[in-house]
Each structure stands twice: as C-alpha cells, then as structure tokens.
Design a protein around this ligand. Structure first.
Ligand code: SF4
Length: 369
C-alpha cells in the first residue's frame, strides 16, 4: 500500500476549520459544529469532499458528510436495533442463526453523519473485535452459522495484511458458505481499491480457492456514482466478486422517487445488485435530521419502483428493528403492512402484521408485534 493511500486511510478533513477550506460554514453555526465534532468526530476524504458542490447549500453529499446543528437534537437512542443484546463478545454479534457479524474496526474514511453506529464510529473501541481468533472459535462451535459479515466502521480502512488474516482464519471453517465485507470505500475513497492491487489479488484468490466472498457497499445518491467509483467497482467485479448495495432513505439526500429510481437504475447499469433500502433508524442526533416518515418513505419507494424495470426494483424497503428485519410491504388507509424477513424470535419469521401509525411516525415501537 502506498504512503499516500495510507495517509488517506488515516483520515484527511477532520476539523470544522479544515471544512472551511472547501465549503461555506455559516459563522453563527461554527462554534456549535465544533462542539458536535467533539462528541462525534468529523472525517471526510478529500475525494468525497470533491463531490460536494460548494455553491449548493443543500448538496446531498454535504448533508451526509458535514455536521449540522440538527445533530444537537437528542431524540432517539444510540442503539435502536439492540445490537448490545446481540453481542456475544466485544466485536462479535449473533442475532440471526445463520449470520455472525464482526465489528472489525471503529474507523471509516468518511464518517456519515447519519450512521446508525454513531455511538462508536471514530469513538469507542469497546465494541470492536480484539482477538479475531476468539471470534473464530465461537463461529467454529456454531455449525448453524453459514456466513460471516465483516463490518465496522469500515473493514477496508485496515491494512491489507489484516484483511488477509481474517480470510486466512475464516476460510478453513467448513460450515461457512461465504464471507461478506461491508465497505463504503468504493463510494468514499475508491483509491482504496484502485491503488491497492494486493487487496484485489487477495480477495480474488480467497474467493476462487476457498470461500465465496461478497461485498456489500453503500451508495445513497446518484452523485456518488462517479468515474472513479465505477473503476473501483469494476476492479472488484473483475476479481470475481459480486457486489450488492444497501441504501439508507435520508431526508434532504435521497427522499425523492426520481433520485431513488436514478440511483437503483445506475447501480444495475454498473453491475451492482440493489439489495436493501433501509428506513433510517431513530438514532440520537440522527432521527430529527435524517428520518423520513414511514408513510412518505413507502410512497417514495412505490413511485420509484413504478419508474424501474424488474431488475432495478429488486430492492426491499426494510427496517432493522430490535425484533428483526422487517419489510414494509404495503399501505392501506392509515395502516401499514409489514413482514418479518428475519426475526430475533423464530416464531415471528415470515409473519405478516399491520399497524395503524401516525402519518409522521418513522419507526415502530419496540413492542411492535
Ligand atoms: S461508512 Fe458505514 S460505518 Fe462508517 S460512518 Fe458511514 S455508515 Fe457508518
């Protein structure tokens, strides 16, 4: 890995002062933003910053990456999906029988202001794996686990040798069918992929010789699909890896059927599978800023789907709820219909249910079903 790439991975634009070199920060907000950044750090790669139109006060990339005074609103919770309850040991979660989730790092190349792991990104190390071998022992003892999702933070900020070590440790576990990496680097720092031939060689080799590897990435807006991000995606695909995408529905970023339709269409165009569209979780300092009401979200999704062919509208509109992964499947009058795609309580798996909720509600209560 080159020195310049290592530098980029350590984080580039990390203060409000530095942000001012690129975009206008209203002077009356500056002190508040500095305070917010003391609580939830700033980190924006120069590449991602270059996607912001400095003349557009409502630029979607800006809204995702630059702190806002809306983060002063403390409605919500730091762990609305109950990740704490699923944690077996620091850095290892086991919520659904087939999947183990490993938090490989608390760092990312850009901290998204809407992150549902806001409680830890750039902050606490307590939820990060400290001995990968201990996690792999647990996985070995649980034959019902068929796949591992390595996530964070962003595991691709880690040195390539560490990523290789993860694959070396997990690959011999016979009952694992495949390994997933959740990374936003193709979106926020494509040079992580483009400039590190060794990483591509490693994932190509392990995918070909040992276990299937999948990459789950995270494009939220068509402006993120650039020449460089397409190059990164193409290189990963040339290594034989299938890439799918998870999007979060975000106010003032992509809460518009035309934007969602364009995004899903372009993803298919570059060979990325549109997988999930997530309802934004009611996270503290995020809910007020980014959450779209469920009724409005459903309408956006339906209007977007009406513009798309079958391939591009394969994505599901879901909530990662305390009780499981819940798909929003329909609306009738003041009722919304839901279905459990995954459930913490196996008796709920596949269950359909409906709720009468307020037009401006953005989430289901924890006693949802
Ligand atoms: S890249 Fe992912 S983990 Fe990191 S801040 Fe963004 S959403 Fe959170």
């Amino acid at each position: 890995m080159s020195d310049s790439l290592e530098k980029e991975l350590r984080g580039e634009i990390v203060t409000v002062d530095k942000i001012k070199d690129y975009i206008h920060v209203p002077p009356e907000e500056e002190k508040k933003l500095v305070k917010i950044a003391e609580r939830h750090p700033i980190c924006v790669s120069k590449y991602y910053m270059s996607l912001i139109d400095p003349d557009d006060p409502n630029d979607p990339i800006k809204n995702m990456a630059i702190p806002s005074v809306d983060e002063l609103n403390l409605e919500g919770s730091y762990d609305p999906s109950g990740e704490n309850k699923n944690t077996i040991l620091p850095g290892l979660q086991h919520k659904y029988p087939q999947t183990a989730l490993i938090i490989a790092t608390n760092r990312c190349v850009t901290y998204c202001r809407y992150c549902f792991r806001k409680r830890m990104v750039g902050l606490s190390n307590r939820e990060v794996i400290n001995r990968f071998e201990t996690a792999s022992e647990y996985i070995k003892e649980h034959p019902e686990i068929t796949n591992v999702l390595i996530t964070g933070g962003d595991p691709f900020v880690l040195p390539t040798k560490i990523i290789e070590k993860f694959l070396e440790i997990l690959s011999p576990i016979e009952h694992l069918d495949y390994i997933r990496f959740g990374t936003r680097t193709p979106v926020t720092l494509p040079s992580r992929i483009i400039d590190d031939g060794e990483l591509l060689e490693i994932i190509e080799k392990y995918n070909r010789e040992y276990k299937r590897i999948y990459i789950v990435t995270h494009f939220n807006h068509p402006n993120e699909i650039t020449e460089k991000s397409i190059r990164a995606i193409t290189l990963i695909q040339k290594a034989g890896i299938i890439i799918s995408n998870q999007t979060v529905l975000l106010k003032d970023v992509n809460d518009d059927p035309n934007i969602i339709a364009e995004l899903m269409h372009k993803l298919v165009q570059i060979g990325v599978v549109p997988y999930y569209l997530f309802q934004c979780r009611p996270v503290k300092r995020v809910k007020k800023h980014f959450q779209v009401p469920l009724f409005k979200g459903y309408e956006i999704v339906e209007k977007a789907k009406a513009m798309l062919d079958g391939h591009a509208k394969r994505f599901k509109f879901v909530m990662s709820h305390m009780k499981g992964k819940i798909e929003v499947i329909g609306v009738s009058g003041d009722k919304i219909y839901f279905k459990f795609l995954q459930a913490r309580n196996p008796k709920n798996l596949g269950k359909l249910f409906s709720r009468t909720i307020a037009k401006d509600a953005g989430w289901l209560s924890d006693s949802a079903e």
